[in-house]
Write a protein that binds this ligand. Sequence first.
Ligand code: FES
Length: 161
Amino acid sequence: MCNCETNKYWDLFEDVMKNYTGAQSQLIPLLQKLQETYGYLPRDVIEKLSEKTGIFVSQIMGVVTFYSQFRLQPIGKNIVRICFGTACHVVGAENIADSICRELGIELGGTTEDKMFTVESVACIGCCSLAPAVMINDETHGRLTPDSARKVIKDFKSENS
Ligand code: FES
């Protein structure tokens, strides 16, 4: 990283910290804002946050690992959300997830090496009548089968390459 990039990286951090008043109750909102800024919570950012707030890294990590909304790894450019809500679960969300993960060559929760895709499991995405359903970014795909789910991913890849 050149110096200008390093400066920019920490300027973003200082921007988030501008509204910090010293209250420990601000930890979660700060973590949310930092994740929004960096896309995830890099280790050096957590260390810097600890330095600034006086909250131990171990305490921060306790919070980060407790809440599933926080990520410690960078995410891909495109997010594939596989619905594991009840309606989707009973009609084979598991098989859809297997098929998509196999197509992308990653585990559920993982990110492809080229950082193009992150696959997440989520609770109901609000279109149960289309179960089993998946979202790619903001677009919903429903009534999937393992084969059609694989095709949705393949088509998305070719349209976006
Ligand atoms: S349970 Fe999957 S969309 Fe509602």
